[in-house]
Design a protein around this ligand. Sequence first.
Ligand SMILES: [Zn+2]
Length: 244
Amino acid sequence: MEKQKITEDMLKYDELNKTDEAIRDEYAKCPEKIAFNKAYEKYKEIFNERIGFSSHISNQINALKSYEEALENYISAINNLGEQVEKCEDTSELELLELKIQDLDKKKNQRFYELKKYENESARLKKYLDSMNEQLKLAGQNYLIKEEEKKNKANEYKKKLLPYTNQILELEKKLPKSFVEKYKKLKGEGTGKKTYNRISTYNKDRGTCECCGNMIRIEVEEILTEIGDLTECPNCGRFLYLKD
Ligand SMILES: [Zn+2]
């Protein structure tokens, strides 16, 4: 980095950004925001649980249908055999038919028993689904309330931030583009990696950067000869200037 001079505007820009970020951090930690996040998580949790549960119930209903169909098939097969019995005059064939009917009747009863079991289980599941829907409704109402509270708080913070945001934008028009770009990078814009104390001073006695504490290379030392000289720390990447 070339040598520049630190200006009042640069230091002011730094101060304004710090205040701006402190207000944003305060908002991120405010009870309204936390309560909203919790309400949202809760709602999402029940919502997802219900989706899973609904598909479970529809499987259950399909199974129930197939049991009902099987039962109907047995009943009509038994009826058919009953008609054959009425027409039958051969004793040995009649015995055979009776046996078949008995066998089918046993199977039919089994299906009937299974169907009842399924019906009970389905009724239980439906009841559970109802209670889940109720929970979801309450969680949804709570979510909306918390959202409203958060919105109000957000507006409050927006108003608080506005003067700083405006001043920051004004200064950005005046400051060197390279400075603003680098500053934003240190702030974590576009990278998400935030550096705190973006403007560091050079400790002439020790030959170190005050922020990272590292010894500064000779070439950098040569740049920082007069009070107010500004460059960049080769170790931590912060702005580095010589303070009186
Ligand atoms: Zn440094």
